[in-house]
Ligand binder design. Structure first.
Ligand code: CAA
Ligand code: NAP
Length: 246
């Protein structure tokens, strides 16, 4: 039987790479999405190949609905139906609300929230028709609790939680689960871009006393994608070293 196909948006980033690897280790055929004509894609493919992985690439700007449709069509024609989508692509444009420019707001909402619609909308009908699907949306602890300096990001990531719960109800009887993962601070470029003294203050507030590892998010993702997780839907799974308990 052909292996099932999973698509990971922003698949070449810090969390994306770990998610791709965890899904591949569970037997999924994995497509890593990246922006069109993304120069480091070839290098990423070569590096992951050296680690023993054979990934595919799906090019699209996730803020562009039409590009996402074309990407999904191409993947499904070449590899077969997509049974798992991990909506992981995201950006930050931090700043205090009163200093925040409209462009910072728009970019973060488009990349972190609109993208979930743009990609999933092309995939979900097929999942429902086939009676199986996994939709995994990467939110954030800062979407759950709100974060000083991140009105845009907190709004987008909280929006993902609402979308997850609504959509989960619509497709639960169709064998499709829809869940959100809300990571705390994980040691990727996104977090390393925070000023060092601010980052140190954040880590000091984490009961576990450290940043999370990308692999810890990858493993949770692989579990949610597995048959074992068929009764988990509409959930927000917090994975934050105790930073926010709810
Ligand atoms: N709570 C309360 N007050 C705070 C605060 C906080 N968390 N952070 C800063 N302040 C206060 C400062 O003490 C300062 O007060 P005074 O004016 O009285 O001195 C004031 O706010 C301005 O602070 P800054 O000088 O730092 O202002 P800035 O404009 O240079 O930077 C900022 C503001 C961009 C928000 C910066 O503080 C920052 O980068 N904070 C971190 C935001 C953050 O956590 N981002 C997460 C990125 S990673 C990610 O998002 C992944 C994920 O999902 C977890
Ligand atoms: P990252 O390394 O910066 O990865 C983000 C990925 O998204 C990059 O590959 C990036 O590509 C891609 N991307 C950005 N805009 C895109 C677009 N328009 N179209 C297609 N791809 C796009 O960050 P990360 O830490 O792995 O974050 C992954 C996800 O986890 C994000 O949604 C983030 O908000 C969330 N998250 C992260 C943390 C954390 O602590 N790291 C915590 C909670 C939630 P480029 O490199 O080309 O820009």
């Amino acid at each position: 039987m052909a292996k099932k196909v999973a698509l990971v948006t922003g698949g070449m980033g810090g969390l994306g790479t770990a998610i791709c690897k965890a899904l591949a280790n569970d037997g999924w055929t994995v497509v890593a999405n990246c922006l069109p004509a993304f120069p480091p894609a070839a290098e990423w493919l070569a590096k992951t190949k050296a680690d023993g992985f054979e990934f595919h690439i799906g090019e699209a700007d996730v803020t562009d609905y039409e590009q996402c449709g074309a990407m999904v069509k191409k993947i499904e024609a070449e590899l077969g139906p997509i049974d798992c989508i991990v909506n992981n692509a995201g950006i930050t444009r931090d700043g205090m609300f009163r200093k925040m420019e409209k462009g910072q707001w728009d970019a973060v909402l488009a990349t972190n929230l609109d993208s979930v619609f743009n990609v999933t909308h092309h995939i979900l009908p097929g999942m429902a028709e086939r009676g199986f699907g996994r939709v995994i949306n990467i939110s954030s602890v800062n979407g759950v609790k709100g974060q000083f300096g991140q009105a845009n990001y907190s709004a987008a990531k909280a929006g993902i939680l609402g979308l997850t719960k609504a959509l989960a109800q619509e497709v639960a009887k169709k064998g499709v689960t829809v869940n959100a993962i809300a990571p705390g601070y994980i040691g990727t470029d996104m977090v390393m871009a925070i000023k060092e003294e601010v980052r140190e203050q954040i880590v000091a507030q984490v009961p576990a006393g450290r940043l999370g590892k990308p692999e810890e998010i990858g493993d949770l993702c692989a579990y949610l994608a597995s048959d074992k997780a068929g009764y988990i839907t509409g959930a927000t799974i917090n994975i934050n070293g105790g930073l926010h308990m709810c």
